[in-house]
Design a protein around this ligand. Structure first.
Ligand SMILES: C[S@@+](CC[C@H](N)C(=O)[O-])C[C@H]1O[C@@H](n2cnc3c(N)ncnc32)[C@H](O)[C@@H]1O
Length: 254
């Protein structure tokens, strides 16, 4: 796609251009503002969490090691809290996460779900050979050190609620995961092809009332583009102040 066409489909890219970013320090734009300014891609409306999930403001949370990580592209504290609060407010029991990483989100979902909840978390195998099932461009290669996978929950009291699946999410037979699921959190490989594949698999294994949450909406162009393409069939909104997009199926029109 030409640079100009890319800008038309994602006007927010202007803020990302090197020349504009070079102005941030000159204008003394605070680091945290610079960070949020880059979360502006995509067409989905930004909506306050409590408008999307009425009653969520009454939810109390248990946060496990909330400051025990470097954020960067990973979920920050607000985002982890929002995911856990959503799962708790919709009383999700059967949950899937794509992309386990160190297990920070997994353990925080587990700590805020009913005792009989099962969180199935998918991650590339320990002996992964470096070959993806689908095309992934170099900038979308994002693989956690194998010895860190699930480290946040392996010895936690929530371990028994967490089921680990080691597979490439696009090579996996999702029908064997034990769905239908109440909620599916997509945060694995962020390339366009993987986001589409993970979302199609999620939709095929989602309960009728179920919801999908994606991380990195508005921040990663490929992921944002893929999610925007579901707007015809899904009600997609972004939780204000986060990179979390959430969706439920649109009600069928007779
Ligand atoms: C952004 S991190 C996930 C962060 C995690 N969900 C959290 O909230 O802390 C992405 C993870 O997906 C894994 N991953 C990348 N490609 C994958 C694939 N094709 N199938 C399964 N996992 C994948 C990476 O190894 C990495 O651990």
């Amino acid at each position: 796609m030409s640079k100009f066409r890319r800008l038309l489909s994602h006007p927010g890219q202007v803020v990302r251009s090197r020349s504009i970013r070079a102005l941030f320090p000159v204008l003394k734009v605070h680091n945290s503002v610079q960070r949020l300014a880059l979360w502006n891609l995509g067409k989905a409306p930004r909506v306050a969490l409590e408008r999307l999930f009425p009653g969520v403001d009454d939810v109390d949370l248990t946060l496990i090691g909330p400051f025990k990580r470097t954020v960067e592209t990973l979920l920050d504290l607000t985002e982890v809290a929002a995911v856990a609060a959503i799962m708790k407010s919709v009383k999700a029991r059967r949950i899937v996460e794509v992309g386990t990483c160190d297990g920070n989100t997994t353990v925080n979902i587990a700590a805020n779900s009913p005792d009989d909840a099962v969180i199935t978390t998918i991650e590339l195998p320990h002996d992964w050979d470096g070959k993806y099932k689908m095309h992934v461009s170099a900038e979308d290669v994002n693989v956690t050190d194998r010895d860190k996978i699930g480290g946040r929950f392996l010895r936690s009291p929530y371990r028994n609620k967490i089921k680990q699946i080691f597979a490439d999410s696009a090579a996996l037979d999702w029908s064997k995961l034990g769905g239908p699921f109440d909620a599916i959190f997509i945060d694995g490989c962020h390339s366009y092809s993987y986001v589409k594949s993970d979302t199609d698999n999620a939709l095929a294994n989602l309960a009728p009332h179920g919801l999908i949450v994606w991380h990195d909406y508005g921040y990663m162009a490929d992921l944002t583009k893929a999610v925007d393409e579901y707007a015809q069939s899904l009600n997609v909104s972004v939780i204000q102040g986060t990179r979390l997009a959430v969706a439920r199926r649109r009600a069928a029109v007779n």
